[in-house]
Design a protein. Structure first.
Length: 186
């Protein structure tokens, strides 16, 4: 799902993932499927040829390293080691690794997607020039571990509904009195 979610909407990702589950009964079947067939199945996710290649490359790499299509060992692995293991897979960056670790294993790591990055920069929590990769590190240093999941969910929702990229709705935002961005435009 995380590879399918890259550079697309949740609706398109969900449609592609449902098509994938409907067509294949196991990850082993996805691994050995003809790449053009897999690409056609996940077409709604956009960038489907690249994603099909990445999904199969990632599955192949997991199978070679672990001996089966199973990443449950990440639950017991030290967090930084688990992040490195995941990001060494094809097509897996810091955000994808954080999503897998947080939502599949409950590990305290913050996925920095476009919404989290934008909102935390506008609020002044991180500097305007901080990269997404660096934002992962900085935010994880200051956010209490037991708040990471709820903060992620709330920042994503706030970024989608209020603090939009093109037209932020500062006039209805409950954070405007502490927001650096709003302070600079008002």
């Amino acid at each position: 799902m995380t590879i399918l979610s890259q550079h697309t909407s949740d609706a398109n990702m969900s449609k592609a993932f449902e098509s994938l589950k409907k067509r294949y009964d196991s990850w082993e079947q996805v691994l050995v499927a003809p790449q053009d067939e897999l690409a056609a199945i996940i077409r709604s996710s956009g960038m489907f040829n690249l994603k099909a290649k990445r999904i199969q490359s990632t599955l192949r790499e997991i199978n070679e390293r672990v001996g089966r299509l199973d990443i449950s060992h990440l639950e017991r692995m030290p967090l930084e080691e688990a992040k490195k293991w995941l990001t060494s897979l094809p097509g897996v960056g810091p955000k994808t690794a954080a999503i897998v670790l947080l939502f599949s294993f409950g590990r305290p790591t913050l996925p920095v997607d476009t919404h989290v990055w934008r909102v935390t920069k506008r609020l002044g929590i991180i500097d305007q020039n901080v990269s997404r990769e660096r934002a992962h590190e900085l935010l994880e240093q200051i956010v209490p571990k037991d708040c990471i999941r709820s903060l992620n969910n709330n920042l994503v929702r706030h970024g989608r509904e209020i603090c939009k990229a093109q037209r932020p709705q500062c006039e209805i935002c409950f954070l405007s009195d502490i927001c650096d961005y709003y302070g600079s435009i008002s």
